[in-house]
Design a protein around this ligand. Structure first.
Ligand code: DX5
Ligand code: ZN
Length: 231
């Protein structure tokens, strides 16, 4: 399927963790399309964030899709817990378990949408025999582990190549880009073919009064990059 409308997935990694429920309600009201939840284990990536009990606690605060990005290894033993906690999309890294196909099937058997995430040095060939089974491909435009890093330009070529593969396949698969998305980089990512943009720092900067304007600024620039006019 061709590129879908530009959607913004604020990463709550940049939210105030002392009031996460409130923050999720605020980004929902501010126009977030997905709520991006970064799960880190201090093993697969050098940082520790949140687990299924936090996802479950946040679930009543919004009806927007929970886009759960698992940066944990092994990943398989925890998929069910995140599904039960209220994840809508569960995204895994191919390096986080021995059998990617089995992991993806497990997510789908639980009735959830399945995503695969590619680290900056992970080649697109990892998608060769799994793309038709996916609902989302996540291109990491920073090394996973932390918010606030700079966009790695080499990933633009990767985004464009994956865009072509999705178009050729003709299936509705989100092409999400994660890391370093700002008003300065979103245009290039969308022009390369991305249609879901994760934005942590760029959403939460300036505090709650700015969330709606921050999200709208990203959407406007994304739309402009697809050749559309202001939303
Ligand atoms: C990094 C995470 C990202 C990160 C994005 O490992 O997967 O979702 O929070 O943060 P920003 O938008 O600040 O680069
Ligand atoms: Zn993420």
């Amino acid at each position: 399927m061709p590129q879908q409308p530009v959607r913004i997935a604020p990463s709550i990694l940049s939210a105030d963790f002392a009031k996460l429920g409130e923050e999720v309600r605020a980004i929902d009201a501010a126009g977030a399309d997905y709520i991006h939840i970064d799960v880190m284990d201090g093993h697969f990536v050098p940082n520790i964030t949140i687990g299924p009990s936090v996802v479950k606690a946040l679930r009543p605060h919004t009806d927007k899709p929970f886009d759960v990005h698992l940066m944990i290894a092994p990943v398989d033993p925890y998929i069910e817990a995140f599904a039960e906690a209220g994840a809508d999309i569960i995204t895994v890294h191919p390096e986080s378990g021995p059998h990617l196909h089995r992991t993806v099937q497990k997510i789908k058997c639980l009735g959830k949408k399945a995503g695969v995430s590619l680290n900056p040095a992970t080649p697109i060939e990892v998608l060769d025999y799994i793309l038709p089974d996916l609902d989302l491909v996540l291109v990491m435009s920073v090394n996973p582990g932390f918010g606030g890093q700079s966009f790695i330009e080499s990933q633009l070529e990767k985004i464009a190549k994956i865009r072509k593969r999705i178009d050729l396949l003709g299936k509705q698969i989100d092409l999400e880009v994660d890391g370093g998305i700002t008003t300065g980089t979103i245009g290039d990512a969308v022009a390369a073919g991305a249609d879901v943009l994760v934005a942590g720092t760029a959403t939460f900067k300036g505090g709650p009064d700015m969330y709606a304007a921050n999200i709208q600024a990203l959407k406007d620039l994304g739309l402009k990059a697809t050749g559309g006019s202001k939303a």
